[in-house]
Design a protein around this ligand. Structure first.
Ligand SMILES: Cc1ncc(COP(=O)(O)O)c(C=O)c1O
Length: 391
């Protein structure tokens, strides 16, 4: 069934103000999320922060159930963490690497993840290796298979890169990881909320995501999934009185569930808002969202080559709602800044976020326009029209 775009827009206050094509930066919050957030902040101001948390205990707990249903896991396998980077870090830095261990990653890996690989490699003597792309520009599953040996400790891949519409073949990668018993960490920061995600179908052991992007949740929210079978083997890089119990002077016991990766003080309003955002996305239906987002992105990709010198830069056999492009003779930053007075939001992806990919393609910057289901074809045409007037 087609998604009711008019209702989606009516429930999104920002639609009245901006043409928001920066949903991969931060999606516009829908009213139910905004209301949950402000409602809890008001409660905190009125009755006290700890008291408000006690009052909202059910809503806070519900966030775990909502996330578990979203990605098809158990609530005990979910940690709510302040962003995707820290969620990813908490799992990654828990893995005990030894000299000679190999970490296999993708060409389009996110900068923060890649720098963490470099840091761990420096500390432990592990090696980072980049799996080449196939002819579509996505991670080559055949190349990955050929690189596996007994020293491969981790496959860590970004599902949808920060700088474009590519969707890496996450489930085929999971198949290889399972065949060889290798731990598989998926950065799903840019995919969660715009397409159905099932950790069992994908076969990942660890998944990190953020709340503010395609889930349309509050900023400074995110979550981590860690498969039950792996939980006991991972000692978090930091512990506190929430992650563990201090049981004797020289002893502590970690929580048995994924909350061992959380910390005590947290953004309660955001955590509630994240749960509401997840429920809100599921109420629309991830299949319906996926179909609408892809249709809008295809519309945009078809329009870009009509601009003189316009080039779509997205790679991959499968693409999503993120559209990267350049226009000959126009600096991407200029495009972004000249769209802003028209209340059109896009952003610029620069080399440092996905250095390996950008260097391979000889690119320094690209415009990134990321659509969501509440956007319209008319908004896309207005953006294209505004760029056309700059050429
Ligand atoms: C692929 C990818 N991973 C991780 C992140 C970091 O997410 P967060 O800002 O929530 O830490 C981003 C943010 O743009 C991203 O694009």
């Amino acid at each position: 069934m087609a998604l009711d775009v008019a209702r989606a827009r009516a429930e999104t206050p920002g639609c009245a103000n901006v043409i928001h094509l920066n949903n991969a930066g931060a999606g516009l919050m829908p009213s139910p999320v905004l209301n949950a957030l402000t409602g809890h902040l008001e409660l905190e101001a009125n009755i006290g922060g700890y008291e408000a948390a006690a009052h909202a205990a059910d809503a806070l707990e519900h966030t775990y159930d909502a996330i578990a249903r979203l990605i098809s896991c158990h609530r005990d396998e979910v940690a709510v963490i302040e962003n995707a980077t820290r969620a990813w870090d908490m799992a990654f830095y828990s893995i005990p690497f030894r000299p000679g261990d190999r970490i296999l990653t993708a060409v389009s890996e996110y900068g923060s993840n890649y720098m963490a690989f470099l840091q761990v490699a420096k500390r432990t003597g592990a090696q980072v290796e980049v799996v080449p792309n196939d002819e579509y520009g996505q991670l080559s599953v055949e190349a990955l298979r050929g690189m596996i040996d007994e020293r491969v400790k981790l496959i860590a891949v970004t599902h949808v890169p920060t700088n474009g519409g590519l969707v890496n073949p996450a489930a085929a990668i999971g198949q290889v990881a399972r065949e060889h018993g290798v731990t598989y960490l998926l950065d799903a920061c840019q995919s969660v909320g715009q397409m159905p995600i099932d950790v069992n179908a994908i076969g990942c052991d660890i998944l990190a995501a953020t709340g503010r992007k395609y889930l349309r949740g509050p900023r400074a929210t995110g979550f981590l999934y860690v498969r039950r079978a792996l939980l006991d083997q991972l000692e978090p890089p930091f512990v506190d009185v929430h992650a563990a119990r201090w049981t004797a002077k020289d002893e502590y016991v970690l929580r048995p569930d994924a909350r061992r990766f959380e910390n005590w003080e947290t953004y309660m309003a955001g955590k509630i808002g994240l749960g509401v955002a997840v429920e809100y996305a599921m109420a629309w239906g991830l299949d319906a969202i996926h179909a609408r987002v892809n249709a809008l992105a295809d519309h945009l990709r078809a329009a870009i080559p009509t601009l003189p010198g316009g080039k779509v830069r997205d790679l991959g056999a499968e693409r999503c709602g993120i559209v990267s492009f350049t226009v000959d003779g126009l600096d991407p930053e200029r495009i972004k800044h000249e769209l802003a007075p028209h209340k059109i939001n896009v952003t610029v992806s620069s080399r440092g976020s996905t250095r390996i990919d950008m260097e391979q393609r000889g690119l320094t910057d690209m415009v990134r326009a990321s659509v969501h289901y509440f956007n319209t074809e008319d908004e896309i045409e207005r953006m294209i029209g505004a760029v056309r007037r700059m050429v």
